[in-house]
Design a protein around this ligand. Structure first.
Ligand code: OSB
Ligand code: MG
Length: 363
């Protein structure tokens, strides 16, 4: 496959007030859509959208690098076997030292291009036995009353996993909220908690002692010091998930830490689909779960992540319930979650499904 052209478009999607971290400086979700066309007219699509506050790079940096890359890639031959996700893409692009979000979007464009060329979905390009439907954790937000109302709606809608952020709450308030959530879900859903490292070890311990709930699936980043996780787990029996820590710790640092049960993987921030895939495979080898998760991507980005998740265990719920925070979308039909699930067949990565009216051509 020869890259014939790389078109770059910019988007700026307005947010609902419910968007976490919404502020004057962060009033829209901005990014790039790239459209990679090969010499036979097939098109691949990718999203490049660094997340302010989480990604190491800014969108302007990512855009500058993407524009330079366009000139380099046009006329280049995409290697065979990129669908093995075995490092072929990173080797090929290594020279350009791509920023994480750029690496992710270019990989997505190459892979969806190859999928379109072979007439398969990206999921089935990776593995012919890929699932078509994946489970998603319902993401709760707002004040206590809203959170409890959403939990009820989600239980009735068939979600089997829900997630709530509690790091901004006091330990007492958080324990009270999570206990009420436990009652609301009637043991029909597992609860994921995310503290985003906002508490210290003692607070996390106090929380666990107060909440005492069996339906907590895991707690993400309860405190900063990962060396304290074994002791936390031994005393609380609540499994821990790592998210932010994955940016500063190597897999070798964490593989022998007891109590870590889950890795939360955000390809946009970690630096690509291939790297995410490889971390997920390694996680399985050492007995951990990998939860592919959104960085508040558009529906295009979310469908791309869902195609990858379709090749990971189907009993895991993935962190893709985020389109509800965006008032606008780059797809004409935003990604749909039904019964707590995404059907990946709903979007075929055809450029005609993109809402070009809200995009601005960059190059
Ligand atoms: O803290 O897990 C987080 C999204 C962007 C940045 C950070 C986080 C998130 C999410 C994604 O919470 C949704 C999910 O995990 O279900
Ligand atoms: Mg998290």
């Amino acid at each position: 496959m020869i890259v014939e052209s790389l078109a770059v478009h910019r988007f700026s999607l307005s947010l609902y007030d419910s968007f976490p971290n919404k502020s004057k400086e962060f009033a829209s979700r901005d990014g790039l859509i790239i459209q990679m066309t090969d010499d036979e007219g097939h098109v691949g699509l990718g999203e490049i959208a660094p997340l302010p506050g989480f990604s190491p790079e800014t969108l302007n940096e990512a855009e500058a690098q993407t524009i330079k890359l366009k000139v380099r890639l046009e006329g280049e031959d995409i290697p065979d076997n990129i669908d093995r996700l075995d490092g072929t893409l990173r080797n090929w692009l290594n020279y350009y030292k791509l920023l994480p979000s750029v690496q992710c979007g270019i990989e997505a464009a190459c892979l969806t291009l190859k999928a379109r060329e072979t007439g398969k979905s990206l999921a089935r390009l990776i593995n012919d036995n890929a699932e078509q439907i994946i489970n998603v954790n319902g993401l709760l937000y707002g004040d206590e009353q809203n959170i409890l109302r959403q939990a009820k709606q989600m239980r009735e809608a068939g979600f089997r996993t829900i997630k709530v952020k509690i790091g901004h709450l006091t330990v007492k308030k958080a324990a009270q909220l999570v206990r009420m959530l436990g009652e609301e879900t009637h043991e029909q859903a597992l609860i994921r908690l995310d503290v985003n490292q906002a508490w210290n070890y003692e607070q996390a311990l106090e929380f666990a002692g107060t909440v005492g709930l069996m339906t907590i699936e895991y707690i993400e980043e309860p405190f900063k010091d990962i060396k304290k996780i074994p002791e936390f787990y031994e005393r609380t029996m609540i499994p821990v998930a790592l998210d932010e820590s994955l940016l500063t710790r190597s897999l070798d640092d964490i593989r022998h830490i007891d109590g870590i049960d889950v890795l939360v993987l955000k390809p946009t921030i970690l630096g690509g689909l291939e790297k995410t895939w490889q971390i997920a495979q390694f996680a399985h080898v050492i007995g951990l779960k990998a939860v592919i998760t959104s960085s508040f991507d558009s529906s295009l980005g979310l469908y791309t992540l869902a195609q990858i998740a379709a090749n990971l265990p189907h009993y895991v719920s993935y962190g893709l319930d985020t389109i509800k925070f965006l008032k606008e979308d780059v797809l004409k039909k935003p990604i749909k979650i039904d019964n707590g699930q995404i059907d990946i067949r709903q979007f075929s990565f055809d450029p005609s499904e993109i809402n070009f009216d809200i995009l601005k051509r960059v190059v």
